[in-house]
Ligand binder design. Structure first.
Ligand code: GMT
Length: 375
């Protein structure tokens, strides 16, 4: 098949997932065309069956900002025609589902549109009336809609009063990339005294409750030697730095900013913290488990579909920093239980969220929309 993919190319779970999906499809022999405003950050090395079409626009003084979404739609239509695309798969409802609708109308051939919802497109953006209308329009006019968790599928149906099906296709990991490994030099650098390493990876937005990460860590730190590694950047980063000082743990907190390759950081971690207010899936939690790292997360959104409470980590109500810290200390102070949970986490991630099974599911979906699409 010839598949067009559009996604947000900068750091973020939906872009990461779209890039991994494109690479996986290309490995299976499909021709993949990314139609994007920049090269997706996880795309990596050259692949003969992957092409990137980077949208650009002509600036014009009348426009304060050029209408990039219209340009994207025109590029989608052009790539669909020039490369005879069989399907256009867009990740994140806005602007992509609406751009794809316009592209489909502009293209000289019928190209079915698959929209994958990733989370905040429904849980945050849809709270605004304008975006709500546009997202609903994009979903209703997609040939198929998928969501990355059952929870998100259910919320989407409720929020938009949709009649058609929303297919749940969970996010996935490639176990050849995300797996447990010894990374001794990095461990020595991050925890020179042999301290336990707690890890958090996010875009530091309010939904991630980064302050809770620091409160949990401060309580753990009171009970044992430990270090906290914070990866990513975003609006709450400075508040997190301030809080680390206020809680007296700044010396044991390392802020690494955005990182291209997070795998070694997962591999040196002993515990992953994700106390978000809402998380449609929590791809970072899955990546951590795949590297053998138990996860302590909030019992919110799709996280209970990803983290098995008591087996691959622990789930606590949003904001329960006492409970999260107690779980963390209990686990980190019990070597046997920690080792067992590490193994269970890696096994679960590999078996329940394997890339091959999810690629099968996407391929079946593409085939079904192709069959349904009138010529
Ligand atoms: O909204 C974000 O946090 C970013 C967004 C993204 O796509 O970059 O993340 C969402 O999609 C991820 C990939 O499917 C999910 O793993 C995240 O849980 C989801 N974020 C939220 O629901 C907050």
């Amino acid at each position: 098949m010839r598949i067009g993919i559009s996604c947000h190319p900068a750091l973020g779970g939906s872009g990461a997932l779209a890039a991994e999906l494109g690479k996986g499809l290309a490995r299976r022999g499909h021709e993949v065309h990314f139609i994007v405003t920049d090269i997706p950050f996880r795309l990596g090395a050259f692949h003969p069956r992957i092409q990137v079409h980077e949208v650009d626009t002509m600036p014009y003084p009348v426009w304060r900002t050029p209408p990039l979404d219209l340009a994207l739609a025109a590029w989608m239509a052009r790539v669909a025609d020039q490369h005879a695309l069989d399907v256009l798969h867009v990740h994140y409802a806005l602007p992509f589902a609406v751009c794809a609708w316009l592209a489909r109308a502009m293209a000289g051939r019928r190209v079915p549109v698959v929209t994958t919802l990733h989370g905040t497109d429904v849980t945050v953006l849809a709270e605004d009336h304008t975006w709500h209308e546009l997202i609903r329009f994009g979903l209703v006019h997609s040939d198929a809609v998928t969501a990355v968790s059952r929870d998100l599928a259910m919320r989407t149906k409720e929020r938009f009063h949709l009649e058609g099906p929303i297919h749940c296709i969970h996010n996935f990991i490639d176990p050849r990339v995300f797996h447990p490994a010894e990374v001794a030099p990095l461990r020595d650098e991050l925890a020179p005294g042999g301290e336990r390493i707690l890890l958090h990876v996010s875009n530091f937005r309010p939904v991630k409750r980064v302050a809770d990460v620091l409160h949990v860590f401060a309580k753990v730190r009171r009970g044992m030697p430990a270090r906290l590694v914070m990866v990513g950047e975003g609006p709450d980063e400075w508040e997190a730095r301030r809080l680390a000082h206020a809680l007296g743990v700044a010396e044991d907190v390392v802020f690494l900013g955005k990182q291209e390759d997070v795998v070694p950081l997962y591999q040196v971690a002993d515990l992953f913290l994700l106390p978000s207010r809402q998380e449609s899936f929590g791809l970072v939690a899955l990546e951590a488990m795949a590297c053998g790292v138990p996860v302590i997360a909030s019992d919110a959104g799709g996280l209970p579909e990803v983290v098995v409470h008591g087996q691959t980590g622990y789930l606590r109500p949003v904001g329960d920093v006492e409970g999260m810290a107690a779980d963390a200390l209990g686990l980190l102070q019990n070597d046997r239980a920690h080792r067992r949970m590490r193994e269970q986490a890696a096994d679960w991630a590999r078996t329940a969220f394997s890339i091959e099974e999810k690629l099968d599911e996407y391929e079946r979906l593409y085939e079904s929309v192709l069959k349904e699409a009138p010529a």
